[in-house]
Design a protein around this ligand. Structure first.
Ligand code: PMP
Length: 452
């Protein structure tokens, strides 16, 4: 008998055996045993147009029929140029410059390098340090991991990571002790400024943050006024602002850039997941003309890039995805329907006090589960409530994205929903009903587990 094949990637829910995928249509995936799964989180907030969209598939096939990939440092292409035009347009002209890569981590890595190169180009070689936030996730390459505060994912690599400073998370549900909600944005901005002054402004390259935290916090939008306040601090000290929109960008929050809703234009930003919606791997580091000019004047351009930079078929996929999103008015839909969907979730959990917080923006929605809603005390971490919810939902045919927020009992267990922008009303209703059952059953089991 042949040995069962194992996966090197592990499982989101801690199960030993992963079902084998057969095919997918729209919001549903089907495994080889005929089981059906509704993609309530677009995997990890990626598949924003669902699966096997005929127009995207046709666009990729057409590009593949011409050429799959023309090496970016020898050729331009219609796909790369059209995508850059689309991004420039969607970002109000602020980001006409892009380094296209193949993942979110590479996009963040490129952002960090562009920031360092910018300061080098200006003769400020002392600006080498990055400031990031606690409870953040920016990716798995060494630089991106260095600016991530995700203890379990960092642990094996400590000692080889960059020396990064971390300031508090911007989390209105779990503010630093003694800070009133109305003072939160100001408090966090002051904390950032103190950190810059402590390090020495001439040593700080950039501040990187997720406008809406994803995997490390279970969808945490920053408090009102936060982005503008930290931007002002950074500008005062010549520190570049990097917005990591790998997860919350490309329309996930109902605007193409999440920071658009704060009226903030960072110097550099990363996008990935929803850009080509998972049809072909694609990410990008985007930067303003001011940054671009500095890099061009000193070094002829950004000194970062890879063999698959500007992959032609990936860019063709992204062009098709972005055209469908605007043609079908999906951003406005996501913004408005996301709000009512969160209301529906709150109603569904009205009799489940353990659902301590339902939050988010657009189709980027997080639930935080706690043992005691008054004190916000989490369930015991070893109960793995988030994974249990994910597993129960999966078994019932719903994909959601559980997050290990409850590290050492520091926050509640969280679950992310990130439906396709074009999910039907019936599909949204199915997400709601299946998630409600999974959460209620899981909370019930956790209550019993706590008594043991
Ligand atoms: N930044 C953020 C905000 C992310 O959420 C992620 C992935 N979840 C990354 C970077 C890394 O992206 P990737 O997994 O594609 O490398």
């Amino acid at each position: 008998m042949s040995k069962p094949r194992t996966t090197s990637t592990g499982s989101s829910y801690g199960v030993d055996h992963l079902p084998k995928i057969a095919y997918a249509r729209g919001s549903y995936l089907f495994d080889v045993d005929g089981n059906r799964y509704l993609d309530g989180s677009g995997g990890p907030a990626v598949y924003c147009l669902g699966h096997a969209h005929p127009e995207v598939n046709a666009a990729v096939a057409e590009q593949m029929g011409k050429i799959a990939h023309a090496y970016r440092y020898l050729f331009s292409s219609d796909a790369v140029e059209e995508l850059t035009d689309i991004i420039t347009d969607r970002t109000g002209g602020h980001f006409p410059n892009a380094v296209y890569v193949t993942s979110g981590s590479e996009a963040v890595e490129s952002c960090l390098k562009i920031a360092l190169q910018y300061h080098a180009a200006r003769g400020e070689m002392s600006r080498r340090r990055f400031i990031s936030r606690r409870r953040s996730w920016h990716g798995n390459t060494l630089g991106a991991l260095s600016v991530s505060d995700f203890r379990t994912r960092r642990a094996s690599f400590e000692g080889s990571l960059l020396d990064v400073c971390f300031v508090s998370a911007a989390n209105a549900y779990r503010p630093p002790e003694g800070v009133a909600p109305a003072d939160l944005a100001g408090f966090l901005a002051r904390e950032l400024e103190e950190e810059i002054l402590k390090i020495g402004p001439d040593k700080v390259a950039a501040f990187i943050f997720e406008p809406v935290v994803g995997a490390a916090g279970g969808v945490v939008p920053a408090p009102e006024g936060y982005a503008r306040a930290v931007e002002a601090v950074c500008r005062r000290h010549g520190v570049l602002v990097i917005g990591d929109e790998v997860m919350c960008g490309s329309g996930r929050t109902g605007t193409w850039r999440a920071l658009d809703q704060d009226g903030v234009v960072p110097d550099i930003m990363s996008v990935a997941k929803g850009l080509a919606a998972g049809y072909v791997p694609l990410g990008a580091a985007l930067y303003t003309d001011a940054v671009h000019k500095t890099l061009v004047d000193a070094h002829g351009g950004a000194q970062t890039g890879h063999t698959f930079t500007g992959h032609t078929a990936a860019c063709a996929a992204a062009v098709a995805v972005q055209k469908i999103i605007s043609r079908d008015g999906l951003l406005d839909h996501v913004l408005a329907r996301g709000e009512t969907f969160r209301d529906e979730l709150r109603k569904a959990f009205a009799d489940v006090p353990e659902v301590g917080d339902v939050r988010g923006c657009g189709y980027f929605i997080g639930l935080e589960i706690v043992s005691d809603p008054e004190s916000k005390t989490p369930f015991r971490p070893n109960l793995s409530v988030h994974a249990d919810i994910g597993r129960r939902a999966f078994e019932a045919g719903l994909i959601c994205y559980p997050c290990t927020g409850n590290v050492g009992g520091t926050a509640g267990d969280t679950v992310i929903l990130a439906p396709p922008y074009n999910a039907s009303e019936e599909e949204l209703a199915e997400i709601l009903s299946k998630l409600t059952v999974a959460v209620k059953d899981s909370v019930h089991a956790a209550r019993k587990g706590e008594k043991l």
